[in-house]
Design a protein around this ligand. Structure first.
Ligand SMILES: [Zn+2]
Length: 291
């Protein structure tokens, strides 16, 4: 091979290696280690959990916002594992970026369940791509199907006012979306959040009986969350809140805080640069305005 051709071929190899490193596959279905029948379905940067039982399948968020193909793929992936029907779709909260696109599950006969506040919001918003819940719950809902028990638990305000923590008691797993970023600095999830109540929620989540947390966006390195992540987020929120509170009470919200305040203790966390403005703005709204 001529030197020039060799350089081109080597360049192409390098480029494809880089591509493979930077671009994970569009979607992936993964069995959760140590379980018989619990899976995650990832599409781009969204994650959903599903459980396969001899009596049917329990799905959580459809994750089809702006990409109906994701839900078609989700069903196809389930079909590679089982021919049992999808019996339930459990919504994590009311945000479209996680729950839009459920129509293929609805057409397949699934019953949709969400927190009652999620349904109130969805009825009001009338998003054409989001299936309304068939059934709602207030504090807790337990579903038993084919030998699997799964719970939807409401533990107060946090990132949203309609969050269900979805728990598998036997597997000691929870699926909770946008409430605990795994190994990452918080960001857009702060926009319409309830920061003080979120701290209370994290304390309750910490003492709940579970060992591993499946988030709604993949954790750093694809890992699942732990109680340590809950603890880390709680401390981070307390630190951010205290730092902005001090500035806010000196009249420095919005501009001086948003332009100048830093949280150096967290500067090395993935997502810090992008997430910091969202965190500062939310706490400025709280301490500088009372919102
Ligand atoms: Zn959300």
């Amino acid at each position: 091979m001529s030197r020039a051709l060799y350089a081109i071929a080597f360049g192409a190899l390098l480029a494809s290696a880089t591509y493979a490193q930077d671009k994970p596959p569009l979607f992936a279905t993964t069995k959760v280690d140590g379980t018989d029948n619990v899976y995650t379905f990832r599409y781009q940067n969204s994650l959903s959990m599903f459980v396969v039982t001899p009596a049917g399948v329990i799905v959580t968020d459809p994750i089809g916002y702006g990409r109906p193909q994701a839900v078609v793929t989700y069903l196809e992936e389930i079909r590679k594992i089982t021919d049992k029907p999808v019996k339930y779709v459990l919504y994590s909260h009311h945000h479209f970026d996680h729950i839009a696109g459920g129509k293929p599950f609805k057409d397949a006969g699934a019953k949709f369940i969400a927190h009652k506040r999620a349904k109130e919001r969805l009825v009001q918003l009338k998003d054409p791509h989001t299936v309304l819940p068939d059934e709602t719950f207030d504090k807790k809902k337990t579903i038993s199907l084919g030998g699997t028990t799964i719970e939807m638990v409401y533990m107060g305000l946090n990132h949203s006012d309609a969050t269900a923590v979805i728990r598998l008691p036997k597997e000691k797993l929870i699926f909770t979306v946008d409430t605990v970023p795994v190994g990452q600095f918080p960001g857009r999830g702060m926009i319409d959040a309830y920061p003080l109540e979120w701290e209370d929620f994290l304390q309750k989540l910490y003492v709940m009986d579970w060992e591993r947390l499946i988030p709604g966006h993949p954790g750093v390195g694809g890992r699942l969350g732990t109680k340590q992540d809950v603890q880390n987020l709680l401390v981070l929120m307390q630190d951010a809140s205290a730092a902005v509170k001090k500035e806010a009470q000196e009249g420095k919200c919005w501009d001086p805080v948003e332009k100048e305040l830093k949280l150096p203790k967290y500067a090395s966390w993935p997502g810090y640069e992008n997430g910091l403005p969202f965190v500062l703005r939310r706490y400025c709204a709280l301490w500088g305005r009372g919102t």
